[in-house]
Design a protein around this ligand. Structure first.
Ligand SMILES: [Mg+2]
Length: 412
C-alpha cells in the first residue's frame, strides 16, 4: 500500500506565531489568552509552557501556579489568520493542498513519485525549509506521512515539535500500539468509555476487533469505517453513509466583517447544496456557525421539510442570520452544515408540488452549468461578495473564465 497523504500540523500555533513576531518571547513559556484577565483560560501554550503542564484550556491562575515565569499575551486573531493564508500558500508552492482542516492543519495528497518514502520525506523537508525561509524558524510543524489521511494525522501527532513521522502499511498495526485510544482522531472521551465497555481499552485491542465488533461498539456504520481507516484505506464520503454534509472556511482579512461573513456563508451553502444533490440526498436540518476569537461561537439551527433546493435553504439561512449576535466581535471563520440527511426515496409529498418540480429543474440547470464552466458560473445573489474567496481551494486554484464571469446568467 502506497503513501497517499501528507499531513501538516503546526505546533503550538498561536504561541509560535507570537514567538516568531516578538523575539523577546522566544525560548520562554508563553500562553496566549483571548483577553488578559484572571478569569479566562489559555487558548494556546508554547512548548516551553507545555513543559510545565500548561495547555489549551488551563486557567490563568493555574498556569501561573504551574509556571510562575509564564508570560501571558493577548491573542491577535487577525495575525494568526494572515499567517494561516501565507502558510497555505507556501505549502501549495511545494505541493497541492488537498484540504485545510483548521487554522493550523492541512493535508496534501501524494501522487506519482511522491508516494515513495524517500520522496515523501524530501517533500516534508522542503515544506519545512520553505516555511523557515519565508516565515521564520519559530513557526514549526509536525508532518505525518501515511497511506491515508487518518493515519497521516496520527503520524503527525507522534513527534512534536518539529517532527516528521512516516507510517508505512507494513508497519501496521505495531507502530500504533504505544498510542492511547484517545489520541486517535474520532475517539473522544465518551467514545473511549464506550469502547471500554466493549472490552476495548488499548489500540492493540482495537486492532484485534473485527469489523462487526467495531460496528456494534460504535452503534453505527462509523465503526466499520474506523476499521478501514485504521488499516490505511482512504475513505471517500460514501453517498448514504453520511450523517452530515457541510463546509467551513477561515475568513481572509478582507472578509472579516458581518456582511462578508454572510456572503461566504451563502457561497458555502450553495456549494453544499450542489454536493447534496450530487449524492441524491435531502437535508432537513441546516445549521450555520460563525467563530469569533474572543467570544463564544454563534451557532444557529433550523429544521425544514426534507429538501435539496438551494433557494429554500438560502431563505432558511437568511432567517437564521436574524439571530446573529449584535456585538461587534470580529468573525474569523464560518461554516454551514446539513444534517438529518435522507435519500430521495425517503421523501414524500413535497416532491409532487408544482414548485418542487420547478425548483428541481432550476437546480439541475444550476449544477450542470457550474460543472461545465466552473464553480462560480451561476450563483444566487447572496454569494456575490464572496465569490473569489470561499473556499480556499477555489481562491488558489480556480481560474475563472472571464467571459463567463462577466456574461453568465445570475440567478436570483
Ligand atoms: Mg497544531
Amino acid at each position: 500500500m502506497t503513501l497517499r497523504a501528507l499531513y501538516v500540523d503546526f505546533n503550538s500555533y498561536f504561541a509560535s506565531v507570537e514567538q516568531q513576531l516578538r523575539a523577546e518571547l522566544r525560548g520562554k513559556p508563553v500562553a496566549v489568552l483571548p483577553v488578559v484577565a484572571e478569569t479566562t483560560c489559555c487558548i494556546a501554550a508554547s512548548y516551553e509552557a507545555k513543559a510545565f503542564g500548561v495547555k489549551t484550556g488551563t486557567r490563568v491562575s493555574d498556569a501561573r501556579r504551574m509556571c510562575p515565569e509564564i508570560i501571558f499575551v493577548e491573542a491577535r486573531a487577525h495575525l494568526y489568520i494572515e499567517y494561516h493564508h501565507q502558510l497555505v500558500k507556501i505549502v501549495e508552492s511545494c505541493t497541492h493542498v488537498e484540504q485545510t482542516l483548521s487554522i493550523d492543519e492541512m493535508v496534501c495528497k501524494l501522487t506519482g513519485s511522491q508516494q515513495k518514502r524517500e520522496n515523501a520525506i524530501a517533500l516534508a523537508r522542503l515544506i519545512k525549509k520553505t516555511i523557515a525561509e519565508q516565515i521564520g524558524e519559530h513557526v514549526r510543524s509536525s508532518i505525518g506521512i501515511a497511506p491515508n489521511t487518518f493515519l497521516a494525522k496520527v503520524a503527525s501527532n507522534m513527534q512534536k515539535p518539529d517532527g516528521c513521522v512516516v507510517i508505512e502499511a507494513h508497519e501496521l498495526p505495531e507502530k500504533l500500539y504505544p498510542l492511547k485510544l484517545g489520541s486517535l482522531n474520532g475517539i473522544g472521551r465518551r467514545m473511549e468509555e464506550r469502547l471500554n465497555r466493549h472490552g476495548i481499552d488499548s489500540v492493540q485491542k482495537l486492532y484485534s476487533a473485527n469489523r462487526l465488533q467495531l460496528r456494534s461498539a460504535w452503534g453505527s456504520v462509523e465503526g466499520e469505517r474506523f476499521y478501514d481507516k485504521l488499516r490505511g484505506l482512504e475513505l471517500y464520503e460514501v453517498k448514504n453513509d453520511r450523517s452530515s454534509l457541510g463546509h467551513s472556511h477561515v475568513l481572509p482579512p478582507k472578509l472579516r466583517t458581518h456582511m462578508a461573513a454572510l456572503s461566504v456563508l451563502h457561497r458555502l451553502l450553495q456549494k453544499a447544496c450542489m454536493r447534496l444533490r450530487s449524492y441524491k440526498l435531502h437535508t432537513s436540518v441546516i445549521s450555520a456557525r460563525v467563530k469569533f476569537l474572543n467570544r463564544p461561537t454563534w451557532v444557529a439551527e433550523s429544521r425544514c421539510s426534507a429538501t435539496d433546493d438551494t433557494l429554500i435553504l438560502t431563505h432558511a439561512l437568511e432567517r437564521l442570520w436574524q439571530t446573529y449576535p449584535k456585538h461587534k466581535a470580529i468573525p474569523y471563520a464560518v461554516g454551514i452544515s446539513f444534517t438529518g440527511l435522507g435519500n430521495h426515496e425517503g421523501r414524500s409529498l413535497d416532491l409532487f408540488e408544482p414548485d418542487t418540480i420547478q425548483s428541481e429543474k432550476r437546480n439541475s440547470a444550476l449544477d450542470n452549468l457550474n460543472m461545465r464552466y466552473g464553480k462560480n458560473t451561476v450563483y444566487f445573489g447572496g454569494a456575490h461578495n464572496a465569490l473569489s474567496y470561499a473556499p480556499l481551494r477555489i481562491a488558489f486554484n480556480h481560474i475563472p473564465d472571464l467571459d463567463i464571469e462577466n456574461h453568465g446568467t445570475k440567478e436570483k
